[in-house]
Design a protein around this ligand. Structure first.
Ligand code: FES
Length: 133
């Protein structure tokens, strides 16, 4: 394991293989919207708040393509690396720091507990694949 990982700072979530290719997995939190983990066709993993910046659609239920996800509600395209909506749309959803080490996905513990917890919950129901944080 990489020496930079400190268990107090990083929380082990799941393995990369637990996330479907070109799909997502929700990480439930005790407070606020879930975190959505996304896996690209090249096995890159990204983490965004599971809440579209437009009207709160559940991004975990969107379609992953390239390094973007299309929101299932009104088809906005959100960048996985930064959470920013593609022009001409304007908006941003919080992104979460993560590390993948030896196939294990870690989220930053402090961000997992606090980032985006003040935002309203997504407008639609949760996805089917959820793992506890
Ligand atoms: S809620 Fe995501 S595009 Fe409208």
């Amino acid at each position: 394991m990489n020496e930079s990982i400190q268990t107090a700072e990083w929380t082990s979530i799941c393995t990369v293989d637990d996330i479907p290719v070109l799909g997502s997995r929700r990480v439930a939190r005790s407070k606020g919207a879930a975190v959505a983990l996304f896996r690209t066709s090249t096995d890159k993993v990204f983490a965004l708040l599971d809440r579209c910046p437009h009207k709160g659609g559940p991004l975990s239920q969107g379609i992953v393509f390239g390094e973007s996800v299309a929101c299932p509600m009104h088809n906005w395209t959100i960048g996985l690396c930064d959470g920013v909506a593609a022009a001409p749309d304007v908006g941003c959803t919080p992104k979460f720091a993560l590390q993948v080490i030896e196939g294990q996905v870690y989220l930053h513990t402090q961000e997992l507990a606090t980032l985006g917890t003040d935002l309203p919950l997504p407008v639609a129901g949760p996805g089917q694949r959820t793992c506890a944080a």
